[in-house]
Design a binder for this molecule. Sequence first.
Ligand code: GLC
Length: 586
Amino acid sequence: MTDNNLNDDWWKQAVVYQIYPRSFKDANGDGLGDIPGITSKMQYLRELGIDAIWLSPFYPSDLADGGYDIIDYRNVDPRLGTMQDFDAMVSAAHQEGIKVIVDIVPNHTANKHAWFLEALAAGRGSTARERYIFKEGSGPNGEFPPNDWQSLFGGPAWERVEDGQWYLHIFAKEQPDLNWNNPEVHEEFKKTLRFWSDHGTDGFRVDVAHGLAKKLDGASMKDLSHWTVHDSLSHDGTHPLWDRAQVHDIYREWRQVFNEYNPPRFAVGEAWVVPEHQYLYASPDELGQVFNFEFAIANWFSQDFRTAIRDGLQAAKSSGSTATWVMSNHDVPRHPSRYGLPQAPSKATHQLPKDWVLRDGTTYEENRELGTRRARAAILMETALPGSVYIYQGEELGLFEVPNIPWDRLEDPTPFRTRGRYTEKGRDGCRVPLPWNSQDAPHEASWDSRFGTGASFGFSPSDATAGSQSADPHLPQPLWYKDFAVDVEQQDPTSMLSLYKACLSHRAALLTSAHNTSVTWLDEGDEVIAYTRQAADNSGYTAIASITNFGKNAVALPEGDLILSSIQLDDPALLPQDAGAWIGIK
Ligand code: GLC
């Protein structure tokens, strides 16, 4: 826990733990994680050493897109609890010194949102339709979509309604895009920001932050299906959908709302934009911070990480903000799997080789030992950097992607709608409910012996605790989860969990200071990422060095105290391949 946790700058060097609420912890036995479940794990979170939790959407939703299709922005999904449960969760978090960040989804509502139902009923030309993007179709009778835009989940980005008009949905058809040219939309979101701030929320993660300002006329684009920062589309503020100059007016307006509070509310933008544009979103007049996805999509190549780190630090400097580092989240395959796969070429997208996603257990199976070894090195590389670290639930356990969930048990819209037409498994593999204890192990499921049924590694209450039988988790857990259960890792000093705790406590003690953000690069050659940072006062050191070796040859460590290493070192002065270390320099 950092000493600056109490002041306005708490977020600048924070360790933020992302919770995907429906898969974190189920308190009532319905197989779905919930808010009381989060409250019940506050001690675990404090012991891990994080500063804040960010909750992916927990609002009422039909789950067409994992909760990112929101029916009511100012409420809790009744399956996940009540507003009282939310308030209790916030106060439990605050008691442990943990801040709370919630997800705001301003690009689209759910199609069951009261506004959209009203728009459907009110018909063409109504003010209710003005809140969304309704258009007449093309073709003699308007029977074709207004233009050729494709949804990011596949298929046309337009859906026709009963009276013949079409509405835009950049994501699933259950997620109609809002019209940000309408002042009513602006007012509504300000109300939502105030609502959660008044309920004690400390900050916001802003979904699809680069997509709100759209230019609807005259643009033709066959394929919008890029999620990466390095796509072929223009980045000069004139692209019809993404990263348009006008989007920044919205965040300047939101900043006024954030600043109504003391301390001002924090925000971090999910903006898949080129590094040169990140600083705009992160400016203190706008959101304050933005995700650096270059780090998240980097495969295990020193050059890719070096570029991501340099770009991230540069973007932070240009905006006067701090950098962000993330390896996994609810949208990308878990990084120990990615790092253990046969590597795609450098600068590859975050997408895995298709065969692996479709794998039946043989093709492209990840090398788990290698993936774990690299993930251990990576957390040492990441947590010594200045800026905020975002950890995705289960990452601290070293979980792998679950790529082989049967098709009929998937929830993500990608598999069903996509270009893939059942060729991409989508994002459920990183959203499987967490294993909390190994005692409460499920037995083999009749429908697939690799998965469990009947119990859930403590994700849901055990039958004895619940007094009745808990439902199976909403996504099936593989039986190999047993080795990664929290109780197993808590007892093992060499586990990923123990390593994460060690990294976070050393980071807090030795490095973290909101104003200490500079990095000095050490030149150890192309295959090594090595840097030093000034050590915190009273740490007993002047600098801390973090060294990660990607290359075949072992590298000599700088002179000093070995504080942490990702593996047991045979020779304390030499760092082998795919390993990392921290050295305290006096
Ligand atoms: C963001 C979310 C993703 C969601 C999409 C649409 O990218 O992270 O999970 O599907 O927005 O809301």
